[in-house]
Design a protein around this ligand. Structure first.
Ligand code: SAM
Ligand code: DTB
Ligand code: SF4
Length: 331
């Protein structure tokens, strides 16, 4: 059955404002209807082209206009990406997400090289996810044909708050790219960030936008702002763990079938804090010692946490294999 997509703002608000322990309990109850509730998808990130981006996203270490410590690096070679993908796979990752500090994809030699990377990593049996900024339908189709599985493009915040964070492209530009991605039958990965200075109303509106999309995003990353020196948000206050849990739990209830990813911000969280996020319905993480440019817990630390909490890494292409098996059983 297709999950509910006609949530009203009042319904979202009511869930979001539930007392925290009740909210965790309710989200955990929804999550436990998924028989694989203790499986966590491990996605590893590689920044294939770093820094020098012309956008003005005010949280981003890679925007050229801010004076951050990030060194600009040109597009990686296919060989280097393959080597990094091998390491991620050996450490239990089922998905490799390649990120590029681009405003949008251009049809040039760099894109041809990226298509080659996608194809090689897909051949290794990893789900390939890409996040390269804006995309046309034709480009989305090319990525799909090369073996790309998912595309990450976040709405980041509410449409009302969007202009306070980014001015060089609009909220509608984002929705347009997401439509191109969905039309090309790529898995949609779309979420946002908290800690940008937004209000609870903005968070509720963002969750409302995500959960009333024509089809829910297949994965929903919830990022806590990693404040970066040199960016306009460098002095933003660290978010409380209760705020992260509230976002995850509400997302879990609103989008029961989506993968909810506990994304940026884990480096500052204890195991106990992360355990509450998993309890509240998070079933994916970014693993490996770096996100794109900032530190993240290393694989060994995460594996110890998985062992302690009784979590297991999810296999690549699991849902697709499950569909195939069911079809074969029926035949
Ligand atoms: N350039 C592409 C784009 O903007 O879509 C892809 C890479 S961009 C870094 C991907 C996402 O990372 C952003 O949409 C944002 O949600 C998240 N992000 C970037 N910097 C962050 C930070 N300092 N803290 C938390 N999340 C961040
Ligand atoms: C997402 O939602 N979070 C990831 C991924 N998608 C591309 C990126 C987080 C970046 C955090 C800052 C950095 O490491 O540069
Ligand atoms: Fe950073 Fe992406 Fe914005 Fe560029 S478009 S500044 S890489 S978030």
């Amino acid at each position: 059955m297709q999950p509910k997509i006609n949530w009203t703002l009042d319904e979202v608000k009511e869930i979001y404002n539930t007392p925290l322990l009740d909210l965790i309990y309710n989200a955990a109850t929804v999550h436990r209807k998924n028989k694989a509730y203790s499986e966590v998808q491990i996605s590893s990130l590689i920044s294939i082209k770093t820094g020098g981006c012309k956008e003005d996203c005010s949280y981003c270490p890679q925007a050229a206009r801010y004076n951050t410590n990030v060194e600009v690096e040109p597009l990686m070679t296919v060989e280097k990406v393959k080597a990094r993908a091998e390491v991620a796979k050996a450490n239990g990752a089922s998905r490799l997400c390649m990120g590029a500090a681009w405003r949008e994809v251009r049809d040039n030699k760099d894109f041809d090289r990226v298509l080659e990377m996608v194809s090689e990593v897909n051949e290794m049996g990893l789900e390939v996810c890409c996040t390269f900024g804006m995309l046309t339908y034709e480009q989305a189709e090319k990525l799909k044909a090369a073996g790309c599985f998912a595309y990450n493009h976040n709405i980041d915040t509410s449409s009302e708050n969007y202009g306070n964070i980014i001015t060089t492209r609009t909220f509608d530009d984002r929705i347009n790219t997401l439509n191109n991605v969905r039309k090309a039958k790529l898995s949609v990965c779309c979420g946002g960030i908290i800690g940008l200075g937004e209000t609870d109303k903005d968070r509720i509106n963002m969750l409302h936008t995500l959960s009333t999309m024509e089809v829910h995003p297949d994965s929903v990353p919830i990022n806590a702002l990693v404040p970066i020196e040199g960016t306009p948000l460098q002095n933003n206050k660290k978010i409380g763990i209760d705020e992260m849990i509230r976002m995850i739990a509400t997302a879990r209830i609103l989008m029961p079938k989506s993968v909810v990813r506990l994304s940026a911000g884990r480096n500052e969280m204890s195991t106990a804090e992360q355990a509450l996020c998993f309890m509240a319905g998070a079933n994916s993480i970014f693993a490996g010692e770096k996100l794109l440019t900032t530190p993240n817990p290393d694989f060994d630390t995460d594996m110890q946490m998985f062992k302690m909490l009784g979590l297991t890494p999810r296999k690549a292409f699991k849902d697709i294999d499950a569909t195939k098996e069911t079809a074969e059983n029926v035949a």
